[in-house]
Design a protein around this ligand. Structure first.
Ligand SMILES: Nc1ncnc2c1ncn2[C@@H]1O[C@H](COP(=O)(O)OP(=O)(O)O)[C@@H](O)[C@H]1O
Ligand SMILES: [Mg+2]
Length: 345
């Protein structure tokens, strides 16, 4: 049996969870969902403002409500001698406040991996950490003043363009220091958070779950160094273990499977037609047992591109299983055309 109190709590939870996407029509949304009057919803909005959970702007009739920051925090650390686990233990874990165990585990993994990257890879002198928590979600921004992530990868892998580094990061197992690192930190962090964004010199890498939320683009793209933004819903049901498990191929353990957004190959209106584009896509695929090619957003591929990926590479690397995901009819048609051209074995 639900009591009036439970119902009030459910309405307030609904408001908090949906406010980011519906800051102007939240009262209408909640009234519809709970089949009550807008006045009833307004009572709950007022209560949330009184409690400091929401802030209100504007006049009575056109008030705009927003989630109020419950915590805002910022600190700059010199990179020399810094240890990521110490910063987590002494500062971040307590500033974050109370969160569920699974949310805390994701924050610990993502934060320490990104701070370690600034320490081990950036070559900079300082790192700034910003944290903001509302009743719905928490964001952490880690910003260093080093060489910049895409520049660093471009140099190490001799890539023609800084933007090609974005694709390499999306594939995973991308590291410029294989003796000491495995290239998993960004791959897994980006898949644990609701939003994960890296900005450097006007180039960005992003990974997002579910609906878009605004606000992120207000972050300054650092003129120097690398900025990483992570956002996680405070009541997430995701767990780090579940995310790790998604990228094991079934034979044995470890990071043996990846999902590659093929769309990252395209710049502007470039179509995917050439063998050299295909080779860029295929680079380092042989480090995985399974590669899922996600064709979302790709309208077509050319014959030479398809032949290089689905016939030449498959013949050269029969140990790598290529899977095709979310390909439209046009892309599927081109793939089956080159597949049919393969001599039967
Ligand atoms: N803050 C940074 N500054 C410069 N380069 C970075 C930074 N963070 C990551 N990188 C580059 O991105 C690569 C991938 O990072 P990551 O996924 O954490 O793997 P790993 O740290 O194991 O190499 C690093 O090897 C490094 O070349
Ligand atoms: Mg790392």
């Amino acid at each position: 049996m639900t009591t009036i109190r439970d119902r009030g709590k459910a309405i307030r939870t609904f408001i908090v969870e949906n406010l980011d996407k519906h800051s102007t029509d939240i009262a209408r949304m909640a009234a519809q969902k709970f089949e009550c009057s807008r006045q009833a919803v307004h009572k709950h909005l007022h209560k949330l403002v009184e409690e400091g959970v929401l802030s209100a702007e504007g006049r009575t009739r056109n008030k705009v409500y927003r989630l109020a920051p419950l915590v805002t925090w910022e600190k700059t650390y010199p990179l020399a001698g810094l240890a990521e686990d110490g910063v987590w233990r002494d500062d971040i874990s307590s500033v974050l406040g109370k969160l569920s165990d699974n949310a805390m585990a994701i924050w610990q993994y993502g934060f320490t991996e990104m701070l370690n990257n600034a320490i081990d890879h950036s070559g900079g002198s300082a790192v700034t950490v910003k944290l903001e928590k509302t009743a719905a979600a928490t964001r952490i921004f880690v910003l260093d003043d080093g060489v910049g992530i895409f520049k660093k990868i471009q140099g190490a892998l001799s890539l023609a363009d800084e933007r090609h580094a974005v694709l390499e990061i999306a594939k995973g197992k991308c590291t410029t220091d294989p003796a000491n690192h495995s290239g998993e930190g960004i791959f897994f962090s980006s898949r644990m958070f609701d939003e994960f964004l890296i900005l450097s010199h006007g180039v960005f890498f992003s990974h997002k779950f579910g609906e878009d939320e605004d606000g992120i683009m207000q972050l300054p793209s650092p003129a120097k160094g690398t900025g990483v933004l992570m956002r996680l819903h405070n009541h997430t049901s995701r767990s780090d273990r579940k995310v790790f498990d998604q990228f094991t191929s079934g034979e044995g353990y470890g990071f043996t499977k990846t999902v590659v957004p093929v769309e990252l190959m395209r710049y502007g209106d470039d179509n995917l037609i050439s063998r050299s584009q295909a080779k860029r896509l295929l680079a380092r695929f042989d480090r995985f047992a399974v590669v899922v090619l996600d064709f979302s957003g790709v309208a077509m591929i050319g014959q030479a591109f398809a032949d290089e990926v689905f016939r030449v590479f498959r013949r050269k690397h029969p140990e790598v299983e290529l899977r095709v995901h979310k390909a439209n009819a046009e892309v599927r048609r081109m793939i089956s055309r080159v597949d049919a051209a393969s001599p039967a074995t």
